[in-house]
Ligand binder design. Structure first.
Ligand code: NAD
Length: 444
C-alpha cells in the first residue's frame, strides 16, 4: 500500500506510550487509547506518567507535529486505524502463575465490536502461546457484519531504560501472520525500520508468541546460571566475579547477562517465565520447561542471601540496625518497581526489624505506593546519614560513581553490601570500608 497505514495503539503504559510516540516520530498518524483518563490527560499534555530516558522529549516533539493524539475514545480509534497495536498489560494472575489475559481480551473485544471495515489487529503484549488463535475466533464472533478484521502477533523486545532506542533501532522484528495481506500491512507500518535494514522474521502467530517468552526464558536462565555459580562460589570460597570474567571471553557464552548479583525482576521476566510454565503444563509439556522453576528459585534466593550479607556485616540481629537501601527500581534508568529485587530486599530487611531508609533517584514515588511502611530519603546523602550498613540494590550511575570518602563521612559505620557487584572494591577498601558482595569471599 502506498498511503502509510493509520496507526492506533491500545494501552499507553511503558510499551504502548513508547510505541505511539515512536510511530508518530517515524511519520505515521497515530491515535493512542487507554482506559485510564489520568494517564491519557498527562500524555496529551506532554507529561510522561513514568520515567523513561529520551521518551519525555520525544513525546513533546511528536505532540507538536499534530500526528499524535491520546484519547479514551475507542470509537475514534476504531474508525481511525488501519493497523491497531494492542499493548495492554498481561500481569501474573493473582493466586496462580498464569498470565492474566483479561486486559488483552477486553482490548481486542472493544475494537472487534466497533471496527466496521478492513483492519489489522496486532497483539504486541506478551501472551501465552495460543492466545492469538483463541482471539482470532472471538473477533469473528464479535465483529459487526461487513468488518474484515484480521489478527497478527508482533511481540515486543524493548528494554525499559532503552525503550526509544530499542523501538527505533530494534535487533529484529517478528511478524506472526496468517496472510500475505497482514504481512504487507505490518511491513507498511514498519517501513522506515525495514528500509534501515532491520531483520524481519515472518512466522505464524503461535511461533511469534513463543519467540518472546523463549527470549525472556533464555535471558532469565543466563542470569540465574551465573547466580547459581555464585551460590557454589559462596560455599567453596571462590570468586564468582572472576569466574564470570573468565567465562565471558568464550564467544559461545559471551559476557552480557552474565553479571552475578541480585538478579532479575520487573514487569516482564519473572511473570513471563511463570506464565510459560503454566502454559506448558496446559499443553502437556511441563517437563520441557521445568528448569524455569529453578531459574525462578535461584533468582529469589539471591534476595535472602543479600539480607544474610547485611546481617553478617552488622555482626548481629538486624533489630534496630540502620540500613541505607540504595535503589528501589528493578534496574537503573527506570522507575518501575514491579517485582523489583531491590524493594523486596528492603522489605525483608524491614521485616527483620532493621530501620531501613530507601533512596532511588526516580522510583521513590512508585516504591512508596507499593511499600508505604518503609522510610524514603530524598537524596543519597540523607539515605546514608547515620547508616550502620549501606546496601547497593540498583546500580544507578549516581551510586556507582559516589565517592566512598564522601559517603564515609556521613555513615555511622563504613560497611557496604554490593548487591550488584558494581562498585570499585579497591576504592571502598582504601577508604576503610568493610565490603561484601554476592558470590565473593569476604576478604576479596
Ligand atoms: P503497563 O502496565 O505499563 O501498561 C498497560 C496499559 O494498558 C495501562 O496504561 C492500562 O491502563 C492500559 N489498559 C489496560 N486495559 C486496557 C484496555 N482494555 N484498553 C486500553 N488500555 C488498557 O504495561 P507495560 O509494561 O507497558 O506492558 C504491556 C505489555 O507489554 C505486557 O504484556 C508486557 O509483558 C509487554 N512488554 C513490556 C515491556 C516493558 O519493558 N515494559 C517490554 C516488552 C513487552
Amino acid at each position: 500500500m502506498n498511503i502509510p497505514p493509520r496507526i492506533t495503539v491500545i494501552g499507553t503504559g511503558y510499551l504502548g506510550a513508547t510505541q505511539a510516540v515512536c510511530m508518530a516520530h517515524l511519520g505515521y498518524e497515530v491515535v493512542a487509547v487507554d482506559v485510564d483518563p489520568a494517564k491519557v490527560a498527562a500524555l496529551a499534555s506532554g507529561k510522561l506518567p513514568f520515567f523513561e530516558p529520551a521518551l519525555d522529549t520525544l513525546l513533546v516533539e511528536t505532540l507538536a507535529t499534530g500526528r499524535l493524539r491520546f484519547t479514551t475514545d475507542f470509537d475514534l480509534a476504531a474508525e481511525f486505524g488501519d493497523v491497531h497495536f494492542i499493548c495492554v498489560g498481561t500481569p501474573q494472575s493473582s493466586g496462580s502463575d498464569a498470565a492474566d489475559l483479561r486486559y488483552v481480551d477486553a482490548a481486542f473485544g472493544e475494537l472487534a465490536r466497533r471496527v466496521t471495515r478492513k483492519a489489522l489487529l496486532v497483539g504486541k503484549s506478551t501472551v501465552p502461546v495460543g492466545t492469538a488463535d483463541r482471539l482470532a475466533e472471538r473477533i469473528v464472533e464479535l465483529s459487526p457484519a461487513g468488518a474484515e478484521l484480521e489478527l497478527a502477533w508482533n511481540p515486543e523486545f524493548l528494554r525499559e531504560g532503552f525503550a526509544v532506542e530499542d523501538t527505533l533501532r530494534p535487533d529484529r522484528l517478528v511478524f506472526g501472520v496468517r496472510s500475505a495481506w497482514a504481512e504487507q500491512m505490518l511491513r507498511a507500518a514498519y517501513s522506515p525500520l525495514l528500509a534501515a535494514g532491520t531483520p524481519v522474521v515472518v512466522a505464524d502467530p503461535a511461533t511469534a508468541e513463543l519467540v518472546k517468552v523463549a527470549a525472556n526464558s533464555f535471558l532469565a536462565t543466563k542470569i540465574s546460571f551465573i547466580n547459581a555459580m555464585a551460590e557454589v562460589c559462596e560455599a567453596a570460597g571462590a570468586d564468582v566475579s572472576l569466574l564470570a570474567k573468565a567465562l565471558s571471553y568464550d564467544d559461545r557464552i559471551g559476557g552480557r547477562f552474565l553479571k552475578p548479583g541480585l538478579g532479575f525482576g520487573g514487569g516482564c521476566l519473572p511473570k513471563d517465565i511463570r506464565a510459560f510454565r503454566a502454559r506448558a503444563e496446559e499443553l502437556g509439556v511441563s517437563a520441557a520447561v521445568a528448569f524455569l522453576h529453578e531459574v525462578d528459585q535461584i533468582n529469589l534466593r539471591r534476595r535472602s542471601r543479600t539480607v544474610d550479607l547485611v546481617r553478617e556485616l552488622a555482626g548481629r540481629s538486624l533489630q534496630g540496625v540502620r540500613v541505607a537501601a540504595l535503589g528501589a527500581a528493578f534496574k537503573p534508568d527506570s522507575d518501575d518497581v514491579r517485582d523489583a529485587p531491590a524493594l523486596d530486599v528492603a522489605r525483608l530487611l524491614y521485616l527483620e526489624g532493621a530501620s531501613v531508609v530507601v533512596y532511588d533517584p526516580q522510583a521513590n514515588a512508585n516504591a512508596h505506593r507499593a511499600y508505604p511502611d518503609l522510610d524514603y530519603a530524598d537524596t543519597l546523602g540523607e539515605a546514608v546519614d547515620g547508616a550502620d550498613v549501606v546496601v547497593l540494590l540498583t546500580e544507578w550511575a549516581e551510586f556507582v560513581t559516589a565517592d566512598p570518602e564522601d559517603m564515609g563521612v556521613l555513615v555511622a559505620q563504613r560497611r557496604i553490601v554490593d548487591g550488584r557487584g558494581a562498585l570499585d572494591v579497591a576504592r571502598y577498601r582504601a577508604a576503610g570500608w568493610e565490603y561484601r558482595a554476592l558470590g565473593r569471599p569476604a576478604e576479596v
